[in-house]
Design a protein around this ligand. Structure first.
Ligand SMILES: *Cc1c(COP(=O)(O)O)cnc(C)c1O
Length: 223
């Protein structure tokens, strides 16, 4: 059994039922990704449009595609046709563009709102206090469907440091869910990476995005 196959099987066995594993595949080759898919990965997370287009050639619809990077407005046209979910929507302007291209592609795009739970000025995502407002602004768009929230949280290396940010994001998630906003289905809470997914699951994540733990260390240009 290949290393990636072994890692995938171990993680899928370990993670409780109802929690979806998105394989974060930036910097991986098509062969590596294919191995993960054949071992049981059903969702691929890509940060970069160019990479996604190249890998899509060989993987196609063998898995679902989640966009997990910062989405530039001029890339929406390429992202909409191949992705099943965009996890990183952080402005109404971006959502309107996704809506427009989704209509042209005859689809309704599932999206998550990215929360800047650490309130880090240099990071993407919506500030916690603005999440409700942006959801109310985006939810009427007919070709996007808000399905939940995503957060990264500040990275320190110690997963315990991430806990309070995951807790805050879960509170926002529950608060919005309780509002029953029309056309919003608060189903997914995407939090946690290789070093923090256990803490994230404890704090309510039902999507985890895992790269290194499945594929090994990445080349440093991606850090
Ligand atoms: C790279 C990446 C991950 C996975 O990181 P690992 O530490 O390799 O597990 C998760 N989420 C996003 C948005 C990423 O860019």
């Amino acid at each position: 059994m290949g290393k990636i196959t072994e890692n995938v099987k171990r993680l899928l066995y370990e993670v409780p039922e109802g929690i979806e594993v998105v394989a974060a595949v930036k910097a991986r080759t098509a062969d590596e990704i294919l191995e993960a898919v054949e071992a049981g990965i059903s969702k691929i997370g890509e940060n970069y449009v160019q990479e996604a287009l190249a890998v899509y050639e060989s993987i196609g619809k063998k898995a679902q595609w989640h966009f997990i990077g910062h989405l530039q407005s001029n890339k929406v046209v390429q992202v909409v046709p191949i992705f099943d979910m965009i996890e990183t929507v952080d402005s109404a302007k971006l959502a309107r563009k996704i809506d427009k291209y989704s209509e042209l592609n005859n689809k309704i795009m599932s999206i998550l709102i990215e929360v800047n739970s650490g309130r880090e000025p240099q990071k993407n995502g919506v500030m916690p206090e603005d999440v409700e407002l942006i959801i109310r602004e985006i939810s009427p768009l007919p070709h996007v469907k808000i399905m939940g929230l995503m957060t990264m949280g500040p990275f320190t290396g110690d997963p315990e440091d991430a806990r309070s940010y995951f807790v805050e994001t879960r509170k926002i998630f529950n608060h919005i869910k309780d509002m029953n906003i029309p056309d919003v289905t608060m189903k997914y809470l995407s939090m946690g990476m290789s070093n923090s997914y256990k803490v994230a699951i404890e704090e309510g994540a039902n999507i985890i995005r895992v790269g290194t733990k499945l594929f090994g260390e990445r080349a440093c240009k991606y850090e």
